[in-house]
Design a protein around this ligand. Sequence first.
Ligand SMILES: NC(=O)c1ccc[n+]([C@@H]2O[C@H](COP(=O)([O-])OP(=O)(O)OC[C@H]3O[C@@H](n4cnc5c(N)ncnc54)[C@H](O)[C@@H]3O)[C@@H](O)[C@H]2O)c1
Length: 303
Amino acid sequence: MADVVFDGRVAIVTGAGGGLGRAYALELARRGARVVVNDLGGAVDGTGGEHSAADRVVAEIEALGGEAVASYDSVATPEGGAAITETALDAFGTVDIVINNAGILRDKSFANLDPADLDAVLDVHLKGAFFVTQPAFRVMKEKGYGRLVFTSSNAGILGNFGQSNYGAAKAGLVGLSNVLAIEGAKYNIKSNVIAPIARTRMTEELLGPLAELMDPEQVAAMVVYLASEECPFTHEIFSAGGGRYARFFIGATPGWFAGAGVVPTVEEVRDHLDEIRSTEGYELFGSISDEIGFLLRHLQGDA
Ligand SMILES: NC(=O)c1ccc[n+]([C@@H]2O[C@H](COP(=O)([O-])OP(=O)(O)OC[C@H]3O[C@@H](n4cnc5c(N)ncnc54)[C@H](O)[C@@H]3O)[C@@H](O)[C@H]2O)c1
């Protein structure tokens, strides 16, 4: 099969001054995309900021013969999000791809979490993805083409001690991507989620000796595919790290149907919990209407 190429495509990668975002930006540029390298340049907890992080990656791309422009705006405000898309339009005339990757950590056990740690994390991860994606989505809708990648985390999909703020933001991104997959479908806008695992400054103390085997470039191979024109998928979630690539999915068990118009007792629900919880024959619904359609078939006696 032919190589995956990005000739003429314009990509925004947020948080691309280091770690995973840098790997995505470099791989996209190597394959012909023109890239907005956005990074505030702050510390892992989101404090501070300096231009050199984004500038360094732009210089790396230019050294490869690629095209890139730096953006130092924070994703965490509507003005910052708008400015990031403006940078793409001013420099390259359009935007085809948004990879929402910028992120910070403010880990604390739930009982000790301050409201400020909640706000900071929701602002960058969850609201930041809204603020960056909305102006770009409008351009994509107009042109009938777009690829969106949202960065979730196993901490949000599965849970992790001390990350209630981060986990909530990361699970919220799955909801955002699912809605944009549905809203974007008729405009050829595909929206997917990555749950990465890689050695970066964010994880250097967590991964231990195995860190050596977890390159950001391994995750980039999957993310860059999701950002490509040939990606046929939307509304999906992928796990990538250490050379393993897999799909997470939210399935629904076929469940137990009490009967049309029947209000069961608490005891009847209790007595059917095995059936309610059994994952055998699970369903994958692509939208809320799919699940309602499934219920309607039961109500009409067709299931
Ligand atoms: N590394 C992993 O194993 C892992 C696992 C799960 C999820 N993630 C997620 O992947 C993404 C990338 O993380 P990473 O591991 O490369 O860490 P990283 O700290 O190297 O990268 C995050 C980047 O985002 C930038 N950033 C932070 N706030 C910003 C803002 N307001 N505006 C613009 N840029 C901002 C930072 O300056 C930094 O360069 C994050 O969303 C993170 O939560 C990483």
